[in-house]
Ligand binder design. Sequence first.
Ligand code: M6R
Length: 615
Amino acid sequence: MCGIVAYVGSRNAQPILLDALSRLEYRGYDSAGLAILNGHGVEVRKKSGRIENLAKACQAKPISGSMGISHTRWATHGAPTDSNAHPHLDASGKLALVHNGVIENFLELKEKLSKAGHTFQSDTDTEVLAHCLGDAYAKSQAKGEARLLEAVRQTFNQIHGTMGIAVIHSDLPGLVVGARRGSPLVIGVGQGENFLASDTQALAPYTNRVVILKDLEIVALHADRFDVSSPLGSNTQIKVEEIENGMIHSDKGSHPHFMLKEIMEQPRSIENAFRGRLDRDGGTTKLGGLNMSADQLRQIQRISVLGCGTALHSGMVGKYLIEDLAKIPVETQHASEFRYGDSPVSRHTLFLAVSQSGETADTLGALREAQRRGYPCLGICNNVASSIARESDGGVYMHAGPEIGVAATKSFTSQVMVFALLGLLLGRHHQLSANHGAELLDAIVQLPEKIRQTLKHSDSVARVAKTYAHSRSMLFLGRLANFPIALEGALKMKEITYLHAEGYPSAELKHGVIAMIDKETPTVLIATQDGVYDKNLGSLQEIKARGGPVIAVAEEGDSKIQGLADAVLQVPKTHELLQPILNVIPLQLFSYHTAVALGRDVDKPRNLAKSVTVE
Ligand code: M6R
């Protein structure tokens, strides 16, 4: 997790570091810090809390200097305090380090260093890394730049874990050393100035020319040049890429929060997911990035979807779509579990790694594991320059545009849309008729308008949210493809309101969960008119019989539900396979308005980060 930025050039580093860092806050926001070479030595400012706290501290006491490193943190080792914030210094106080990743053997290293007389100011693994680097630097016989590079290489061999780092040393003005193992790092190539950052978004106002460092590469960065080398020290070939959307910097527009803006953007983001990909005549879709021939598509006998959180929920909806359209069995797995599990995988299995950011460590690790075992792996990502997008054998981009709110909203609906497109394509290579394909295509084309219609109910969802905002706990129920929608509704509610919420298949109610029902515990029941509508009505009656309030997600004009439920969140009707896309929208709005009613920090809920880049 965490975001890092480094700058070396001729401008004042402090405002650049603060500005670039603010674009990485999605990677963590519990503390932030920077270190600048001020002409005399390394000067550090660090503060717990948001980057704005650091900015205030820097305004009160600015640091002058034209090179430095900075960091925004998501705590792994040690509480989010000033002293645990990065940068961390080595024993000499001359070397400063920022780090994104986790050092797994830090306790062992700390013990060894402590015995050798080192003392530590923080509880972090990163400070141990800084001391290891400083120790290796002190012992090295090399001179100048080579000495710091050698120290980084030696430390690489000592540590277990992941790191994206930027290091400066007061004896080496004009040099920033960066290195990566597991964690992403990019070079931003400027004119008379260069940058390092955890991702390209940080660099948007400064340059769109980037070098994406490969794993284990080390870079020596100066204002006018940079040299990239392998862990063994040999120079490596670099490719400077020009990125297109790197300059896009989102703002909230007229919305009070990014989350609401992103919910409201869904008519457009869904359209972007299918634009140019529909083949009405063939009753199918065109997905150019799969890099698979028609024969290879026909040979797929099983699909395994890997993802985390919301991305996994989209895969669970995707399972219903693909199984229905293509009759290919699909299993979904928490990426983190697959990675270390022993479950056998049958031959002719295609893996799909789903991730908005494309940087989620668990999903990336699972993708690499599936590739190691020799399976074809596709990525379903939003972030085009991401690690998962680059490392998978092919894939489908969501084209949802930047998603800044920590709660995933438009990326979820776009992911489900991608599954629909993929299901159609696979279906047409297996047994689906062109007519059935065309029916779904018609419904896909009409979907943006139906989403617009759904969003018009936002105010009435807000009223329902206000009524139930002070509940201690909520249940979310749905069946079949709407079970993952119940899980997604509960996840949204938990992460931005901190209320206890659980998602279940409706029929599981009677197997234990029903004991939770009382008049203080509302149940959100997804009950649109599908094949299990009557069964859902049965569950509704069981809840009402025990005095529990029911908030139903139901189709507009469903008078039966209106007569039974305490509140109804209305959605228009669409093709049954696409209905989950509409059904999730009132749940996104419900959690959003509940969080607002409770005065929560909607876009940056506590303890979370947008992108989970550590295990
Ligand atoms: O970037 P990814 O899609 O890989 O992220 C996966 C999850 O961390 C993410 O969906 C998380 O569950 C969201 N914050 C939920 O709203």
